[in-house]
Design a protein around this ligand. Structure first.
Ligand SMILES: *Cc1c(COP(=O)(O)O)cnc(C)c1O
Length: 340
């Protein structure tokens, strides 16, 4: 990053940004792509570039565009979300068809334009789509004139976990995004990829939304480093998540997922404490967790977590859990109303 060759991306002459975009075009075999500050911007630009105000998106309530971005999606893009709710977090051809058919359709009403998937699915603890399911969805969308977009912020995790190349997933969709700041370990950044006409629109809206940068090469160089060097090591994060989940699953009253990738999600509802208070308490033990919903906590493993840190984390978790079990019947744990 320190020695990155830069220019001005607003004029299209930032050397390192152009190099990263060219590398991604070749690597993912797409017509065009655009380097962005975040996965969230990538999502909003994708929606804005594909839809017209009033159009409908078919997706899942657990996906990032709804779970975190429903306000942006409605306020910036003026579209409506038609969401599946199935607990496993996946769309299927049948579920899309059901969502399509549950409303009146005619030229006067909401026009379904876009089917939006996510892989891996962050909210279900990083579960990965079956490729056979994706092939069916892809064919269905083609036959029904629906644009299929993949939020691939965690696509590298999905690829490693399923032993399929990222392109085997990406080839099935009309457009997709990746994140450099998740498994790849760069400080930030995302790439939106697809056909030239789509990316041309995204380039315009990138300016509109204030996402155009000047000497972005500093960041692009770190993103390229992540892509070249940190992809193949992601299996180490998956192994750590598995070890952590298995170790804590043996404790009393623990309900935890069986992680396919690098995300562990466990429940706090059986131990009389909400997730926000649990996460605060965990800090006393040196454990940094994320309150996912009121009753569930997320733990992610990434390249900064060493083998030794994992061992300590498991030990500290056991101590923390024991303390909370002691407090379980003492309602004071939840006395402080959280700000969340
Ligand atoms: C993290 C994430 C995003 C958003 O990326 P940011 O760079 O944090 O804005 C979008 N989608 C999914 C599935 C994610 O995991």
């Amino acid at each position: 990053m320190f020695s990155a060759k830069v220019g001005d991306d607003c004029y299209g002459d930032d050397f390192s940004t152009n190099k990263l975009e060219q590398y991604c075009k070749d690597y993912f075999q797409v017509e065009d792509c655009i380097f962005l500050t975040s996965g969230t911007l990538s999502n909003q630009l994708a929606i804005k570039s594909i839809t017209n105000p009033g159009d409908e998106i078919i997706s899942h309530s657990l996906y990032h565009i709804n779970f975190f971005e429903s306000s942006q999606t409605s306020a910036l893009c003026n579209v409506t979300l038609n969401l599946c709710e199935d607990d496993d977090g996946f769309l299927t051809k049948n579920r899309i068809e059901k969502a399509l058919n549950k409303k009146a359709r005619s030229p006067y009403y909401a026009k379904p334009k876009l089917v939006w998937i996510e892989n891996s699915v962050a909210a279900t603890g990083g579960k990965v789509y079956e490729i056979s399911n994706l092939i069916e969805i892809s064919n269905y969308c083609k036959n029904n004139n629906l644009h299929l977009h993949l939020d691939g912020a965690r696509l590298f995790n999905a690829s490693i976990a399923s032993n399929l190349s990222v392109n085997q997933f990406a080839n099935l969709v009309n457009s997709f995004s990746i994140c450099f700041s998740k498994g790849l370990g760069a400080p930030f950044g995302s790439m939106l990829l697809g056909e030239k006409e789509f990316i041309d629109k995204a380039r315009k809206y990138k300016k509109w939304f204030g996402g155009a940068l000047h000497q972005s090469g500093i960041l692009a160089s770190s993103a390229l480093y992540g892509l070249k060097n940190n992809f193949s090591r992601i299996n180490k994060d998956h192994a750590k998540a598995k070890t952590f989940a298995e170790s804590i699953s043996k404790l009393p009253l623990v309900e935890v997922n069986n992680p396919e990738t690098n995300i562990v999600i466990f429940s706090t509802k059986h131990i009389n404490i909400n997730s926000y208070n649990f996460v605060e308490k965990a800090k006393d033990y040196g454990l940094l967790f994320f309150p996912w919903t009121k009753d569930s906590v997320r733990v992610t493993f990434h390249l900064e977590i060493s083998d030794q840190m994992l061992i300590i984390a498991i030990l500290k978790f056991k101590e923390l859990w024991a303390e909370i079990l002691k407090l379980k019947d003492n309602k004071s744990v939840n006395r402080h109303i959280s700000n969340y």
